[in-house]
Design a protein around this ligand. Structure first.
Ligand code: KG4
Ligand code: ZN
Length: 352
C-alpha cells in the first residue's frame, strides 16, 4: 500500500506491506520536513506549508517507491490522511493520492489523521489484542479512546482547551526557544530540576484534559504576574532576565506537570475500564519522560504497551497505512474518490 500524509508541515509517503505472518511491515517511510521554512515565524504558516507540499509531494512519493524497490504499478492500494489538518496542506496530499488511485484503478482509503496516530503502534508488529485503551497526544489533539476490533475507535475524553503539544510549543516560546518547541523544551529540561516549581493540575472531574491553566502558570513563572489589569496590564520581566539554569528548571517542571496530567487521566480511564492493552501515538509520545512514565504505567498494570518508535510518533505516512490496514481488518470497504479533505476530525468530536 502507498500511504501519503500532508495534513500540516510534513510531506510524507510510505510503503507498508502485510507479511506472510500477518504483521504490517514498513518498506519505506519518507518525510520531508518544513521546519526550516517556518522557524522564523515561530509556528506553521498555512500558505507556506501548502506551497512546500506542492514542491515536495512527487519527489517524496518517488523516493518512497525507490526505497521499497517498487514501481507505481506494483501498488495494491492507496491511502491518504483526509482530515483533520490545514485545508491547503491536506488538498495537496489528497489530490495526489486520488490521482494515483484513479490512474491505477486501485482501492482508495481516506484516513483520519487522529486514528492514524492511534494505530501507529501496530507498525512492524502483528495484530493486537483488542479492546484496548488508546491515547493520542499531538500538536492538535489530546484524546483517549476505546479501540475495538470490529468498529472505529470511540472517544472517552479530550482536551477542553489546548492540546498537549500546543502547550509544550507555547511553553517553549515563553522560554525563548525556537520552533519546533516541544523537542527543544525537552532538550532544555534535561539539565533542569523537575521539582523546582509545583505547577498546577487541572482537576475537572471527568476523563477530559485541560492545559490552559498550566500554560498560564508557566507564563507567570517566566514573566512574573502582570502588573495592572485588562488593557493596562504588563509583564515586569521576560525570559531574557532568567539564567540558563532557571530556564532549565522551568522547562523540567513544566514537562513533569504535563506528563503527570496525562498519567492521571490514564489511571482514571483504566480504573473505569481495566483494558489489557494501551496504544499511544502522536508527536508528544516522542518525549522521553512521557515514554518512561507510559512504560511504568503499563508494566504496573500488566498491560501490553503499543508505543511506536519515535519516527512513527511525529507525523509520518506509515501510520496512515496502519490505520487503513485496521479498516481492512474490520471488513470496511474502501472509499469513493469523491470523499473530501476536511479540516476537522470526525473521530475526536464524535461524543461532543
Ligand atoms: O503528531 P505531530 O507530529 O503533529 C500533529 O498531528 O499535531 O505532533 C507535533 C507536536 C508538536 O506540538 C511538537 O512540539 C510535539 O508534538 N513534540 C514534542 C516532542 N516531539 C514533538 N513535545 C514534547 N517533547 C518532544 N520530544
Ligand atoms: Zn499528527
Amino acid at each position: 500500500m502507498l500511504a501519503i500524509e500532508s495534513s500540516c508541515d510534513e510531506t510524507a509517503a510510505a510503503i507498508v506491506e502485510r507479511t506472510a505472518a500477518g504483521a504490517l511491515s514498513v518498506r519505506s517511510n519518507v518525510v520531508a520536513s518544513q521546519f526550516e521554512l517556518h522557524r522564523r515565524y515561530a509556528g506553521v504558516v498555512p500558505e507556506i506549508a501548502s506551497r512546500a507540499h506542492l514542491e515536495n509531494i512527487l519527489p517524496v512519493v518517488h523516493e518512497a517507491l525507490a526505497t521499497a524497490q517498487l514501481t507505481l504499478r506494483e501498488i495494491d492500494a492507496v491511502a491518504v490522511g483526509v482530515r483533520p489538518g490545514l485545508i491547503g496542506s491536506l488538498l495537496v496530499g489528497v489530490s495526489a493520492a486520488k490521482a494515483i488511485a484513479w490512474s491505477l484503478h486501485k482501492p482508495f482509503f481516506g484516513i483520519d489523521h487522529v486514528e492514524a496516530h492511534l494505530w501507529s503502534g501496530v507498525l512492524e508488529s502483528e495484530c493486537p489484542a483488542l479492546p484496548a485503551l488508546g491515547l493520542v497526544v499531538s500538536g492538535g489533539h489530546t484524546s483517549m479512546f476505546t479501540l475495538q476490533a470490529s468498529s472505529a475507535p470511540t472517544l472517552l475524553g479530550w482536551t477542553i482547551d489546548d492540546a498537549l503539544g500546543e502547550a509544550f510549543d507555547k511553553a517553549a516560546f515563553m522560554l525563548g526557544l525556537s520552533h519546533p518547541g516541544g523537542p527543544n523544551l525537552e532538550r532544555l529540561a534535561r539539565t533542569g530540576n523537575p521539582e523546582a516549581h509545583a505547577f498546577p493540575f487541572a482537576n475537572i472531574g471527568t476523563l477530559n484534559f485541560s492545559f490552559s491553566g498550566l500554560k498560564t502558570a508557566m507564563l507567570y513563572a517566566v514573566r512574573g504576574v502582570p502588573a495592572g489589569r485588562g488593557r493596562t496590564s504588563h509583564f515586569t520581566r521576560s525570559h531574557e532576565d532568567l539564567t540558563e539554569q532557571a530556564k532549565a528548571d522551568l522547562a523540567a517542571s513544566f514537562q513533569r506537570a504535563a506528563v503527570r496530567a496525562i498519567l492521571r487521566r490514564l489511571r482514571d480511564a483504566h480504573a473505569l475500564h481495566p483494558y489489557k492493552a494501551l496504544f499511544v501515538g502522536g508527536g508528544v509520545v516522542a518525549n522521553n519522560t512521557l515514554r518512561h512514565e507510559l512504560m511504568a504505567f503499563a508494566l504496573e498494570r500488566s498491560m501490553e504497551l503499543r508505543m511506536p518508535q519515535q519516527a512513527y510518533c511525529v507525523d509520518n505516512a506509515a501510520m496512515i497505512g496502519a490505520a487503513a490496514w485496521m479498516r481492512v481488518l474490520r471488513g470496511e470497504p474502501s472509499d469513493p474518490l469523491t470523499i473530501p479533505a476536511q479540516p476537522v476530525s470526525r473521530l475526536a468530536t464524535a461524543a461532543s
